[in-house]
Design a protein around this ligand. Structure first.
Ligand code: ADP
Ligand code: MG
Length: 507
């Protein structure tokens, strides 16, 4: 972005640094576009004038709690402000009415206790230190006063703290709209209690986060005319299906697979399970365990959470049968069959896994085998059955595993929703959106592409809100200020959306 003030010899400035991102210093000399800077660490660097930003030497040492108050709203200024606050354990900062949260990577219980909730209840926005409760409080007050529904959007890259933030938002909304003196468990308790179940099936270890949500979640909390919580619904979308069949070190597959492999012996015997190392869907990565997590205890905790959410013993049994069946399906291997472009089950071991998967799914083993090594095509004239070569058989095997898993996940969400209960007569609702974060891998799956696209759309929404509207305001009031240049990916979004439309229109 263009600097609003001239940079001269003696100016205090920020220059880019390969390690620290930005480093501050003083301008020694300017030759055309080259600015010579002596950094505070004593290094001499030369930078292009377009990459040199003025430093506010009068910025308060503890930073400002609303970044619209910064003298220079440029990247190094924003990052410096966040870093200074982070040093003081201030993880929250406003930019106008948007809250920025920086992951503390440690529990800060004093920030979230009932006393804190009491403080924020009804306090004006900006009156107290920036906090996630303040955002929820504004949404709730606006709903009560204006009688309209609201949504809170949580975005950020993977591991930034979106899901933790979402939990805090829900906890605070439950505090505001909770009903006291009611028998049994309340809706808000149920929503919070459903988390461990969803996380066991929808979360996994990624490079940056040991408990990364691999699905998007929109939680609708419904309120009655008195502002009391009357129902809730969890909507999920874009589960990362590819993870079921393909993972790389140091990632893991969905937690539930490892939990089941760590179940008590009699359970493991029932599902004919061995260690995670013995399953193809798990041993493509060398990571099997999580630091500080005991999968066998987590298994029991998940079963308990399922009890609480209202999933019966029989249903739990069926759920884990499907989970085990998927692991066995992954171990079915193929060899070339006798005819060209055909395949057969590789050996006794593969046959064992095929039979076990069929038993667990309560289907016919021969039928399952045919489904994997043959493809049936229905044309208006006839039904054609074609054999598949081993590589194609693997594709259909993995396709079956992914579909089974995503159907299981959808079924679980549906079950949780029925047990929580929606209020068809609710007056208004507050929605909290927690999506899974932007990531760029060496090779991005189609799912990650969709997620990145979604993140990009949200970023546009954010830009629209913060920059574009702000700049229009300034232009309207004829206030002279330098435009903030931001990377606008709208062109790319338009391109992808056009392509999508075209794909849909093709016969
Ligand atoms: N406000 C917070 N307080 C304490 N720990 C946090 C907080 N936010 C994030 N963390 C830590 O960071 C990890 C990743 O956060 P998470 O919300 O799962 O990220 P995301 O959903 O953005 O991928 C959490 O498991 C937790 O250990
Ligand atoms: Mg998450």
């Amino acid at each position: 972005m263009a600097s609003p003030v001239n940079i001269v010899v003696g100016s205090h400035v920020w220059v880019e640094d390969p390690v620290l991102a930005w480093i501050d210093g003083e301008v020694l000399q300017i030759n055309g576009h080259d600015v010579h800077v002596r950094t505070t660490s004593g290094k001499k660097v030369v930078a292009n004038v377009s990459k040199v930003f003025p430093k506010d030497t009068e910025a308060p040492p503890g930073g400002v709690d609303d970044m619209t108050r910064l003298s220079y709203l440029h990247e190094p200024g924003v990052l410096q402000n966040l870093a200074m606050r982070y040093e003081l354990n201030e993880i929250y900062t406003y930019t106008g009415n948007i809250l920025i949260a920086v992951n503390p990577f440690q529990r800060l219980p004093h920030l979230y206790d009932t006393h804190m909730m009491g403080q924020y209840k009804g306090a004006g926005f900006g009156e107290l230190s920036p906090h996630v409760f303040a955002v929820a409080d504004v949404a709730y007050r606006a709903m009560i006063n204006e009688g309209k529904s609201n949504s809170i959007l949580v975005s950020g890259e993977s591991g930034a703290g979106k899901t933790e933030t979402t939990k805090m938002l829900m906890r605070y909304l439950a505090y505001l709209g909770g009903r006291s003196g009611i028998e049994g468990r309340t809706v808000e308790q149920q929503v919070l209690e459903s988390n461990p179940v969803l996380e066991a099936f929808g979360n996994a270890k990624t490079v940056r986060n040991n408990n990364s949500s691999r699905f998007g979640k929109f939680v609708e909390i419904q309120f009655d005319k008195n502002g009391r919580i009357s129902g809730a619904a969890i909507r999920t979308y874009l589960l990362e299906r590819s993870r079921v069949c393909q993972i790389n070190t140091p990632e893991r597959n969905y937690h539930c697979f490892y939990l089941l492999c760590a179940a008590p012996q009699e359970e493991k015997d029932k599902y004919k399970l061995e260690s995670p190392e013995s399953f193809h869907y798990l041993n493509q990565s060398k990571c099997f365990e999580l630091d500080g997590v005991d999968d066998s205890l987590e298994y029991l905790a998940t079963r308990r959470a399922m009890d609480i959410v209202g999933i019966s013993e029989d249903e739990q049994e069926a759920i884990f049968r499907v989970v085990a069946a998927i692991l066995h399906i992954g171990n079915i291997d193929f060899i070339k069959g006798q005819e060209i472009d055909s395949s057969a089950i590789k050996d006794d071991k593969s046959m064992f896994h095929l039979k076990t998967a069929a038993e667990l799914l309560m289907c016919d083993a021969k039928g399952l085998e045919d489904a994997l090594i043959k493809r049936v095509m229905v044309t208006p004239e006839e039904v054609i059955t074609r054999t598949l070569d081993p590589a194609s058989a693997i594709v259909s095997r993995d396709g079956l595993a992914k579909t089974l898993y995503s159907r299981l996940f959808d079924w679980l969400v549906e079950k949780i929703n029925v047990s929580i209960g929606q209020d068809p007569n609710s007056k208004s609702l507050i929605g909290v959106l927690d999506i899974y974060g932007f990531e760029s891998f060496k090779c991005n799956s189609f799912e990650q592409f969709c997620i990145n696209f979604t993140n990009e759309k949200l970023q546009q929404h954010f830009n629209q809100h913060v920059f574009k509207m702000e700049q229009e305001e300034y232009t309207k009031e004829e206030i002279n200020w330098s435009y903030i240049e931001f990377i606008d990916n709208q062109d790319v979004l338009d391109l992808i959306e056009k392509l999508q439309l075209q794909a849909l229109m093709e016969p």
